[in-house]
Design a protein around this ligand. Sequence first.
Ligand code: AHR
Length: 511
Amino acid sequence: MTHTRARVALHPDFRVGPVDRRLFGSFVEHLGRAVYTGIYEPGHTTADEHGFRRDVADLARELGVTMLRYPGGNFVSNYRWEDGVGPVADRKPFLDLAWRTVEPNLVGTDEFLQWAEREGFEPMMAVNLGTRGVEAAAALVEYCNGEAGTRWADLRIANGRAEPYGVRLWCLGNEMDGPWQIGHKDAHEYGRLAAEAGKAMKLVDPSISLVVCGSSSMQMDTFGEWEQTVLTYTYDLVDHISMHAYYEELDGDRASFLASGTAMDRFIDRVAASADAVGARRRSDKTITISFDEWNVWYLESRFPGETNLPVQRDAPRIIEDVYSALDAVVVGDLLATLLNHADRVPVAALAQLVNVIAPIMTEPGGEAWRQPTFHPFATTARLARGEALDVRVDSPTTTTTRHGDVPLLTAAATHDPETGALALFLTNRSAEAVEVDVEHLGLGVELAEGWRMVADHEAAVEGPAHARRVVDACWSAVDLAADVATGARATTVTLAPESWTALAGTARRA
Ligand code: AHR
């Protein structure tokens, strides 16, 4: 049988940069069932003494998540954080306008931060720059990070938490360029507010890092100009600019969907160029890095009716609970490899979201928790990608897609840990045919120890744990290293199934 052939070359001295563990972040928003009956469900058989589901926390750790963004998302832009702290009996429900849902305020800043701390997830907090501003943002930093002796820090202590939480990463609002955002602003209004809020927040705690809002997607009319304007106000103050992107298969255009990683790649390059243009004008030696704090497959256009069409609901309604296929999982794997290939510019990222809402983990209220197909490439990459991302060279045939023009059929990312010798290689075959890949490992003796692959299926998604298990059983498997991979002194040859994502890992030592 003839195969399409491709070539990958890697060398331990050719590196992109260190893999920041925060690249494997995720997101918990007060949206649908992410919090209530997601991470938190008192009375559930697995609930801990604080009401958090043990089964979900265990799956989140198995997923390899390192960091969690909270509490939104669109939600944060109309959230009064003060309503979510203090004795639960005194807290009042409020109508969240972002998702038209009654928020009971049973979980707030303290409950989330203490849960994240117990489970070992670094928190990334967002402040409300939609309906609120400088004062509330600075007060929240003080509540979280302040030492005893000032109003908000003392309130935290009175609420039972003596030690500051030491939250390092802070988002200056969320998607403020989006007309759907409560308190939406133009770039000048937002840039000025972000600069003032960020200034006050850093005066409370100079050790924090700030993320300024970039565009909600590359499709926004203001894309590019937005980045340049907001950074003109905030360049010296902030550390990162945010990026958000969701991908879906539209109009049955499978080839374009499979090439989502190329769209993400170009988006990152364009945001980096926009940020660098501002830096160049200022003759600044500082580099603004990217916090890709919302990314995933989301059937946003094809399945979501839009926020304004949601009825007002209460009691943790089911909102955007996308059910994923193996094809979606292949794309998720490729998107993560794209992030690895930008490790020098993207130290922080968050798969949106963690549980129930466009998520790798699903639950039934009072019932079981399970892994969607997208869980597997994420968990495998988070486990295997260690050390430095390598500057992998790929020589691949291309195809022309409707949405993204010419794209490579094979993509690759690799990591190598010089300390331990651990090597990981991530390959996506976007083609409808098998591809035989020669991986030339220049100057390296490679010994592979494990391999995993997800092969896209054509099954339409149906709900529930049984479906997820069926897809995973049919599409996710260990690579038979003896039969499917040939490793020589200078090259490893592997045949990739059509429309598949593969991870290979082992050790690589200088030959
Ligand atoms: O992740 C779901 C939503 O997508 C977030 O609330 C918002 O920031 C984005 O539009």
